[in-house]
Design a protein around this ligand. Structure first.
Ligand code: AMP
Ligand code: MG
Length: 493
């Protein structure tokens, strides 16, 4: 298959023209291949080996539009940092259309493909640095089992792009069943356009929530389900120490997928109030705030959908579902992370929460590395064996504090008759050894900026199997080096 044979459809393009602007991507000079994800390619029914060919590089850098593609940029609005921001829209993203793979249609979107009517003050471009981060993190999150948009491919060009310094342009091809956001609905609500609001809701339900079509109030069910999915997504983030950085409503997926990777971060030294985005001075999107902010964002969606739902009390009840959906998912994930397989009895659940809270408190007070802690916890034996505990215990300055917690944890394990070997294996399947630490991304970025993409490839390969030991890649599981303590990520991308 050549790139011109790509069998694009575009269901979004069948919506009325008010929802988007049809336009061509802006070509880049001499585009080159940086990387591709073979797992994402499989989802789109593509041959990963073909992606580095010239014709595919031309398509996925925006230099050539295949005949069946109907490129467009979508309009949306949103709340940014808690304030209504008005119209935003795809300021640098262009949807090529959808390809059908084993999991159904996947939209392919070029991010950084040039100016659109929604670019506002922006240049329509994305830099190599931020595109590498988005590419790697999308695929890393998917491998961690966290709902996310995917990244198919990364291309670059020597074209200069001005940020804090001069950087070069890149295009990341993202994939998701849909890129509709909470802000897509807010857009019509705030303009008082009920017909468009309904059209969009019907489109989303028909294509992505067909099971809701027969419901008495499908819009209410849509709100309830999106609320639950959002809550569960955030439970996943909390359980792996992921921080999104910019949880504005225009970055909240109507499918409950992690969307728009900018100044994200994975928790290293645990600080429950950690802020990963240097631009977020108030800490609105700190680690601990992600949970209430996710709920707040669902309120913004509910507000937009209310003219369709028409029942305020029912909408509020749907929003209340956030708390249980979050709590249940987080509970389930934490039990798995601690290797606990019994949760049924409610008194045990209450006791388990106290065990988790004490653990997080200790981790916070001791600035324990989030990923290393859970990974090493799997090596703990039920019989008190100091030598087996040492790598875990050494993460804490407060050793007596750790020892006291370990007594409780061991008692809990004994109560359910936990077996060391079984638990160890189960925990290694849920507590990743490898996450995209900022310093790892930074190393790959610096090499790539010098024309060497090998570290991007290497990191992708490692992060595709985050739970495997990969003894040869031990160094990639290490604590950040000293130089990395000065790394800052901001909204600049
Ligand atoms: P973000 O904070 O990346 O989610 O972006 C917020 C809004 O700004 C969206 O409408 C983006 O499309 C737009 N935007 C961000 N960067 C650029 C850029 N370089 N050029 C045009 N629009 C941009
Ligand atoms: Mg965005």
């Amino acid at each position: 298959m050549t790139a011109d044979d790509l069998p694009f459809d575009n269901s979004f393009a069948e919506l009325p023209p008010a929802f988007y602007t049809r336009l061509m991507p802006t070509p880049l000079p001499a585009p080159y291949f940086v990387a591709a994800s073979s797992q994402a390619a499989a989802l789109a029914g593509l041959d990963p080996a073909a992606l580095s060919q010239e014709d595919f590089v031309a398509v996925f850098s925006g230099n050539h539009v295949p005949p069946r593609s109907q490129p467009l940029s979508a309009v949306y609005s949103g709340h940014q940092f808690g304030h209504w921001a008005g119209q935003l829209g795809d300021g640098r993203a262009i949807l090529l259309g959808e390809l059908s793979g084993p999991a159904g249609p996947m939209e392919l979107q070029l991010k950084g493909a040039g100016m659109t009517p929604y670019s506002r003050m922006g240049d329509g471009r994305a830099v190599l640095r931020s595109s590498i981060r988005e590419f790697l993190c999308s695929e890393a999150m998917a491998a961690l089992g966290i709902p996310t948009t995917r990244a198919l491919m990364l291309t670059g060009s020597h074209q200069q792009v001005v940020r804090e310094t001069i950087e070069t342009a890149s295009v990341v091809t993202r994939m998701a069943p849909s890129f509709v956001r909470f802000g897509s609905f807010e857009h019509w609500h705030y303009r008082g356009k009920q017909e468009e609001l309904r059209t969009l809701a019907d489109y989303v339900i028909r294509n992505f929530y067909p099971e809701l079509q027969g419901a008495e109030n499908p819009y209410l069910e849509l709100l309830a389900e999106v609320t639950r999915r959002t809550a569960r997504m955030i439970a996943h983030w909390q359980a792996v120490g992921f921080m999104h950085g910019v949880m504005n409503t225009d970055n909240m997926s109507i499918l409950g997928l992690t969307l728009d990777y900018g100044p994200f971060g994975f928790m290293e030294a645990f600080d429950v109030d950690h802020i990963c985005n240097h631009t977020d001075q108030g800490g609105r999107y700190s680690y601990s705030n992600q949970v209430p902010v996710g709920h707040w964002n669902c309120y913004a969606l509910a507000n937009a959908l209310l003219p369709l739902i028409q029942d305020k009390d029912a909408a509020e009840a749907a929003l209340d579902g956030y708390v249980d959906a979050y709590g249940d998912k987080f509970d389930e994930l934490m039990h798995a992370k601690l290797g606990l397989s019994t949760t049924q009895e409610s008194d045990m659940r209450v006791a388990d929460r106290a065990l988790f809270d004490a653990m997080f408190k200790l981790m916070h007070e001791n600035h324990v590395d989030f990923t290393l802690f859970f990974r090493r916890l799997g090596d703990m034996r039920i019989a008190d064996r100091a030598e087996a505990d040492a790598p875990l215990r050494d993460l804490f300055l407060d050793r007596p504090g750790f020892d006291a917690w370990a007594v409780e944890y061991r008692a809990r394990l004994r109560r359910e008759g936990s077996l060391d070997a079984v638990r160890r294996e189960a925990m290694a399947r849920v507590n990743p050894k490898y996450v995209l630490r900022n310093y790892l991304a930074q190393t790959a970025i610096e090499k790539a900026q010098n024309g060497d993409f090998s570290e991007v490839h290497k990191l992708l390969a490692i992060l595709e199997h985050p739970f495997d030991e990969q003894a040869e890649n031990e160094a990639y599981a290490a604590l950040p080096p000293d130089w990395a303590s000065h790394l800052e990520v901001s909204c600049s991308s």
